[in-house]
Write a protein that binds this ligand. Structure first.
Ligand code: BDR
Length: 312
């Protein structure tokens, strides 16, 4: 069983990822959710984390509020995609549980210091602000992390929030650079692969047909956020980003990629937040990440449905 700290700013696709994780209890033990400012402000991402845990009937999992903004920049949100609550679509239960009073950054540090070295995986679905803050505050935690698996970046599929940058890196590029430079084994699930994972009508119908409240709510959430992406891309379905992270951890054979150097553009006037992957090994910069480029969408959605089907 992998012990996970989940960094998240849900977001419908991330809701699907969190529920997928909760639907695989033999594979994952969730130590806590760290709510991040990103798709929407921190107040809403905390509330959305709590709502998802109520939905999945997992009030035992703690939620920690992280930093209210990126390290050096003003927050850019994506409420145009996710709606005014950040998690529009179904009527989700108002949470009875409350967030922990402990700060998300301190939770990351304390958890990694207490756990056996190499036993905790950081599962990042969001901007990397809180992990970067933790690494700055407590550099001793870096060698204690087993692995970072993050939905972040884009190279072959360029950008989604600007022509050259993926949202999670664009929101806090300094944080992404700190994390990539920390010497921790890292796998990135960029738009290159998530753009292959299209939530087509048939796949959403199959999700709804699971009939359980988590399956139906996930289908309703994705239908909401789809409407934005369908207009934008003109594809047969919207790319389903977040669940690529748990899917990779559950079955890496669904995916393929390459160990490369990934550097983050901080200063470019047109390319801020771009993740430059040295795919052909042109530089002598160190290989700091496994860059996932492709995946099998049918196997991905089958695994997602299998996990969602285990939930209430
Ligand atoms: C990422 O951006 C957010 O809007 C999604 O939730 C996902 O984490 C995709 O670029």
């Amino acid at each position: 069983t992998r012990k996970l700290i989940i960094l998240t700013d849900p977001g419908q696709d991330q809701a699907a990822a969190i529920l997928m994780i909760l639907g695989a209890p033999a594979a994952f033990e969730v130590l806590g959710l760290v709510a991040t400012a990103g798709n929407i402000d921190l107040r809403h991402t905390v509330a959305n984390c709590l709502k998802l845990l109520e939905l999945a009937d997992r009030p035992d999992i703690p939620v920690f509020a992280g930093c209210p903004r990126p390290l050096t920049r003003d927050l850019v949100t994506a409420v145009h995609v996710h709606g005014p609550t950040g998690l529009d679509g179904p009527d989700l239960p108002e949470p009875v549980i409350e967030a922990s009073p402990v700060h998300g950054v301190d939770f990351i540090i304390d958890t990694l210091r207490k756990a056996e070295p190499g036993t905790v995986t950081i599962c990042s679905l969001s901007p990397l602000t809180n992990l970067a803050m933790a690494l700055v505050k407590a550099p001793d935690i870096a060698p204690r992390v087993h692995e970072i698996v993050a939905m972040a970046g884009a190279y072959f599929e360029v950008g989604n929030i600007t022509p050259s940058a993926e949202f999670n890196v664009y929101v806090d590029p300094e944080a992404a650079r700190i994390v990539l430079d920390a010497g921790i084994p890292t796998t990135l699930l960029p738009l290159d692969v998530t753009h292959e994972m299209l939530s087509t009508r048939a796949r959403l119908d199959a999700m709804r047909a699971l009939g359980n409240r988590c399956g139906v709510a996930t289908a309703e959430m994705l239908e909401f956020s789809e409407s934005f992406d369908l207009g934008k891309y003109g594809w047969d379905g919207a790319p389903l980003h977040g669940p690529c992270v748990p899917a990779y951890m559950l079955d890496p054979t669904i995916f393929s990629g390459r160990h490369v150097n990934v550097s983050v553009e901080l200063a470019g006037t047109l390319t801020q937040g771009m993740t430059v992957a040295d795919w052909w090994g042109i530089t002598d910069r160190p290989r700091n990440a496994f860059w996932v480029r492709d995946g099998d969408a049918d196997r991905y959605f089958a695994l997602l449905l299998e996990c969602l089907g285990q939930l209430p």
